[in-house]
Design a protein around this ligand. Sequence first.
Ligand SMILES: Cc1cc2nc3c(=O)[nH]c(=O)nc-3n(C[C@H](O)[C@H](O)[C@H](O)COP(=O)(O)OP(=O)(O)OC[C@H]3O[C@@H](n4cnc5c(N)ncnc54)[C@H](O)[C@@H]3O)c2cc1C
Length: 377
Amino acid sequence: MKPIVTVIGGGVVGLATAYKLSLSNNFKIILLEKNKFLATETSARNSQVIHAGIYYPNNYLKTKLCVKGNRMLYSFCNKYNVGYNKIGKFIIANNDHQVQYLLDLKEKKSDFEIPLEFITQKKVLLLEPNLVNTKLALSSPSTGILDVHEYCQALEGLIRNNGEEIVTNTTVKNIKKSENGYEVDTGEFRYHSDIVINSAGLQAINVSNLLFNLGLKYHYCKGYYMKLNSSKKLVSRLIYPCPTVPANANLNSLGIHCTLDLNRNLKFGPDLNYMKEGEELNYSLDENSFTSEKKIKFYEEIVQYLPQVKVDELVVDYCGIRPKLSSATEFVKDFYIADESKNGFKNFINLIGIESPGITASLAIGEMVESIIKENN
Ligand SMILES: Cc1cc2nc3c(=O)[nH]c(=O)nc-3n(C[C@H](O)[C@H](O)[C@H](O)COP(=O)(O)OP(=O)(O)OC[C@H]3O[C@@H](n4cnc5c(N)ncnc54)[C@H](O)[C@@H]3O)c2cc1C
């Protein structure tokens, strides 16, 4: 009999992991998702960028899995006709301090084969004539944009075609260790699972705590986006300021950047709003949480590089919530990906704190989980 693998959570990470495991035909896989539809939480509320793996420390999984996942994702999209556009990105420096940041950044990433190229002020103006104040840009041609919805649909179809099960509207309410694995309890049914993969996103710590207290804590952090309510086509690639302004220096945010969707519509964000302890997780965009003061904050950051944007053209679009392991004052923490053998729970694999670049890294995360399982069994 094949070992039963339960994947908890049908966001992009759970789906990519279930897909990777389904390829070997070595497991019986059951993916459980609490919502009516798959991938409607963080996986539907993000920038949809295929990142290159530039910002985080070289030894972080965030870097390694992003660099690997970037290549895996492009080849997946080509193979299964998922919409993407490798439009590239400029990280722009508008003062000497930021120029130095870019020089250091390129140098630090030289161990990885990430295509990166400096673009002079003169050439920036030729390529992006609406940008102002740019002293130097670091171009990342392997950055792109993705239709995440299509990506998740493709993963779902492949998992089902490989004969595995996806069950929605089903919440994992309890997990107990049994003699040879785990009893997974959804309230409606309870069954044996040899291997459990916790990819419950914003709930991943709560799900892990069903079994044992891991001692980790989330610092939930909302990021809002604004779209440009105008048909102006101001840029043709993604534009990111340097994350060196004090609020972003600990890499908990990459700054109010400018991205495009596949229809070339401009949007700005996400900003950084740590939520209060115990605050309800919701995605509402009520006026109280989005005052004109915030609009002005966005505007002030944007016009430093795109002065054609008018404050009245900015319209609140949507928000997403980052499952952060670092507080506002700490340096950004890495993904937590671990089999919990060390805590006495072999074959219980936690995927916690999978914030950005989780979409880009998703297939590489799936591959890492597969190798953890191979090592274990
Ligand atoms: C503002 C923002 C911008 C981002 N931009 C990018 C970007 O441009 N590029 C990039 O690569 N990454 C980006 N990310 C990160 C990326 O969106 C996430 O890493 C990724 O979507 C996480 O996927 P997930 O499957 O772990 O989580 P989720 O998508 O949240 O999925 C987890 C699922 O688990 C389910 N679940 C929870 N508890 C249970 C339970 N008890 N039983 C059953 N199911 C359960 C939930 O309903 C949910 O569907 C961004 C994130 C944010 C917040």
